[in-house]
Write a protein that binds this ligand. Structure first.
Ligand code: SF4
Ligand code: SF4
Length: 159
């Protein structure tokens, strides 16, 4: 007799199961939609998002980077290359004695830990919220100083 009632309970569960599933679907249908038409619209990223790096400038256009290589030393992936050079009165790029003549980040190696940003004494290197970094060539994922440096605010755009 116990077997009979076990079978009845099992059949009842199986009959009810699809209706429970439909009830879940109905509840979801009435929820506010969260689909976003990317890339026309981008969901705001969290304030602590760490994606593409930039090299910042001061308001007067001078580069904040002084070529000290602390970022390269802090990088656990060995992704940063800094080649420093001396500023001079005829060619001055940063307020300090030195500037980064060459600055590269290998974005294939980067793990977006932000240690470079933490180590930088001048706030030159910063990880921003731009995450569209895909590329189909390795070479294009070596970001050069020219690619990383933000535009000079004192130079008019020509485009
Ligand atoms: S975010 Fe981390 S891994 Fe990427 S360059 Fe900076 S220190 Fe290196
Ligand atoms: S980005 Fe900052 S830590 Fe790296 S070389 Fe420039 S000033 Fe030094």
């Amino acid at each position: 007799m116990a077997d009979f009632w076990d079978d009845v309970r099992q059949i009842a569960k199986e009959v009810v199961a699809p209706f429970k599933g439909l009830a879940t679907v109905a509840a979801k249908l009435s929820e506010k939609k969260t689909t976003i038409s990317y890339p026309e619209f981008r969901r705001p990223m969290g304030v602590r998002s760490r994606w593409r790096h930039v090299l910042n400038r001061y308001d007067n256009g001078m580069e904040k980077c002084i070529g000290c290589s602390l970022c390269a030393g802090a990088c656990p992936s060995n992704a940063i290359l800094v080649v420093a050079d001396e500023n001079s009165n005829v060619a001055r790029f940063s307020p300090g004695e030195r500037y980064a003549r060459r600055y590269e980040i290998n974005m294939i190696r980067c793990i977006y830990c932000g240690f470079c940003q933490e180590a930088c004494p001048t706030g030159a290197i910063e990880l921003k919220d731009v995450f569209e970094l895909a590329s189909d060539t390795r070479k294009s994922l070596i970001y050069t100083k020219e690619m990383l440096l933000v535009p000079d605010p004192n130079r008019e755009r020509v485009d």
